[in-house]
Design a protein. Structure first.
Lengths: 317, 285
């Protein structure tokens, strides 16, 4: 079980600077902090608030031997697989959703043994990030016991010193880098999110380097006007990237819904051509554009507006 | 079978529902007999009310959060389950065995898989932590197997007290609902047992569609066929208001108001009566 020992992660945080400084940079500069072989945790869940602008920048860099973890993984995992970036996937579920069938690129790489899939339960993923965020080496839980998941992962148990009960000892996960997409951030890295938070708070606090993209860069005064909305304080954030529509084609709570037609087109092409279609997707949607804004421009304002209209219908105003 | 499953959910309870049929059945229950049933979804969503015809595909999207009372994070939701707040955990199953173990990980061996499936998601946690677990799935021999290829989500493991011995002290498996029958687990052996039949189905048919030796209860009951009202509500939740219904008043479904228990929740939709003739097992339900 690969992991940065929690004590080492703490030592780095102790030693690291906490400058209240302008941390704004481009997605390319921020994702250049990721090195070959790193463990990259991707925020959001499935097709909600995925940091897609940051994932696209990472895809462009063609890193190798990465491990990627997520709560539930969507097709961004397949794009990383198709470009040869991944050695290992750590998550509880992979796919877009029932209507799109089983993910063919994921199947290709895992069934052939080229890429390892460490399958944890969804809560166990949460507890792994939470233990990492809490600075403890494991958390006890009543989940995953007795299952083949536990056996495959060699999950250990602990005996409660007070009651004698047997509990799963879910190990901490301290990713090298966390990629998080948020609604608002100021230049110092105070980060606000609307709606559900997935596992982003713990994932970020557990990580050694935290890169946040935001729909809007706002003033520190705007953050202070709604401090209860702040999910991460500036000292837990290393880089801030302005990324309007930065989760598209996935959804961003209250801002825009998912572009299901985009999913349909992707799913039908990878169903037909497998990993080659995944690579083609990256060439056409990532490599062919100067940056994420150019990808959005190619998608067109009409599609973005339709996604925004759906969010207005579905969330309280 | 969604309607059979919906009848198992009592009012004033909390159900942790997976997407697809568990969510649809939970929504039907809220509109028929359990207006105070609180639906919880994995994405961190508590007390959602769903828009007819726009059921979410993911438990983490805005459609799943429509009208919710609370949005929290995912880990927190599961910790409510571990604390004992969730009366029901409600799951589908790709493959289930005679002890209620569920496989959603792999067909074949993990080392040399024939098909690598998406994985547990929250199913392992739901079956481990919710107070009573309900499983709803189509009744086919390839799904109802003697031993699952891989225990993604633990039921009664190898039967008897093996679940408790593994440390799974929370939760029990309540019922399995299929298009053919209602089943439960015999209290001592923890083996799956036939309790009641869907309309027109025989014990022999159920046995033929089960890939293991099924226990049969001493008394096998008959399940009440879905009523016209149940079917109309089910179809409207799944597909949206029926075509041809008057714009202002056509929808069958008013959001169930807390405390509004007198009389039917809403008038049956135009055309709903003909739907009652169709078998409940039709379609993906």
């Amino acid at each position: 079980m690969e992991q940065v020992a929690v004590r080492q992660a703490r030592a780095e945080r102790e030693a690291g600077g906490r400058p209240v400084a302008d941390k704004r940079m481009t997605a390319q500069a921020a994702t250049a902090l990721i090195r070959d072989g790193d463990h990259v945790a991707i925020g959001g869940t499935l097709y909600s608030r995925t940091p897609m602008a940051l994932v696209f920048a990472l895809l462009r860099q063609r890193r190798r031997h990465l491990t990627v973890s997520r709560t539930l993984a969507c097709y961004e995992i397949e794009l990383l697989l198709a470009t040869g970036a991944l050695d290992r996937i750590v998550t509880s579920w992979v796919g877009i959703g029932l209507p799109w069938g089983l993910p063919p690129i994921f199947r290709h790489y895992t069934e052939s043994g080229q890429v390892r899939y460490d399958e944890w339960s969804h809560l166990a993923m949460g507890l792994r990030y939470k233990a990492g965020a809490m600075g403890v080496p494991f958390l006890p839980s009543l989940t995953m016991l007795g299952s083949d998941l536990a056996r495959t992962l060699d999950l250990q148990t602990v005996t409660c010193p007070y009651t004698g009960e047997q509990l799963a000892a879910v190990p901490a996960l301290n990713p090298d880098v966390a990629l998080i997409h948020a609604h608002r951030a100021d230049m110092f890295g105070n980060v606000q999110v609307d709606g559900y938070r997935h596992m982003d708070t713990d994932m970020a606090k557990a990580a050694r380097t935290v890169i946040v993209s935001a729909e809007e860069i706002v003033s520190p005064e705007a953050i202070a006007a709604r401090p209860d909305q702040t999910m991460l304080p500036h000292f837990a954030v290393d880089a801030v990237v302005a990324a309007p529509h930065g989760a598209y084609p996935h959804e961003c709570y209250g801002r825009y819904g998912p572009d299901l037609e985009h999913f349909d087109a992707y799913a039908s092409s990878v169903r037909a051509d497998g990993p080659a279609a995944g690579l083609r997707y990256v060439e056409q949607n990532v490599d062919a554009h100067a940056d994420f804004a150019a990808f959005l421009a190619a998608a067109g304002s009409a599609r973005l507006a339709a996604c925004e209209a759906e969010a207005r219908e579905l969330t309280p105003r | 079978m969604a309607i059979t499953a919906s009848r198992l959910l009592a009012d004033h309870k909390v159900v942790f529902a997976g997407v697809g049929m568990p969510l649809l059945a939970s929504a039907v229950a809220r509109h028929i007999h359990a207006p105070h049933l609180t639906i919880v979804l994995e994405g961190g969503i508590i007390g959602t009310s769903l828009r007819p015809g726009q059921l979410p595909i993911s438990t983490n999207e805005m459609r799943a959060a429509y009208g919710a009372q609370m949005l929290t994070d995912i880990t927190d939701i599961f910790l409510y389950a571990q604390r004992g707040y969730f009366d029901y955990g409600f799951l589908g199953a790709a493959q289930v065995d005679m002890y209620g173990n569920i496989n959603t990980s792999v067909i074949g061996s993990l080392e040399h898989p024939r098909v690598r499936l998406p994985g547990s998601g929250g199913a392992n946690d739901i079956i481990s932590l919710c107070n009573e677990v309900l499983i709803v799935t189509a009744h086919e021999p390839r799904r109802f197997v003697e031993r699952v290829d891989y225990i993604t989500s633990p039921g009664y493991l190898s039967g008897g007290d093996s679940r408790a011995r593994a440390g799974l002290v929370a939760g029990r498996l309540g019922a399995v609902v299929t298009d053919l029958a209602l089943l439960d687990f015999e209290p001592d052996s923890k083996r799956m047992r036939l309790r009641a039949l869907q309309a027109g189905v025989t014990v022999a048919q159920v046995r033929a569609q089960t890939g293991f030796d099924l226990l049969v209860g001493e008394e096998v009951g008959d399940l009440r066929p879905p009523s016209a009202q149940e079917l109309a509500i089910y179809r409207e939740l799944r597909d949206g208001p029926p075509a041809g219904a008057a714009e202002e008043s056509g929808a069958t479904l008013a959001e169930p108001a807390a405390g509004a228990r007198s009389g039917p929740l809403a008038e049956p939709a135009v055309g709903a009566a003909t739907a009652a003739a169709e078998p409940v097992a039709a379609g993906p339900a």
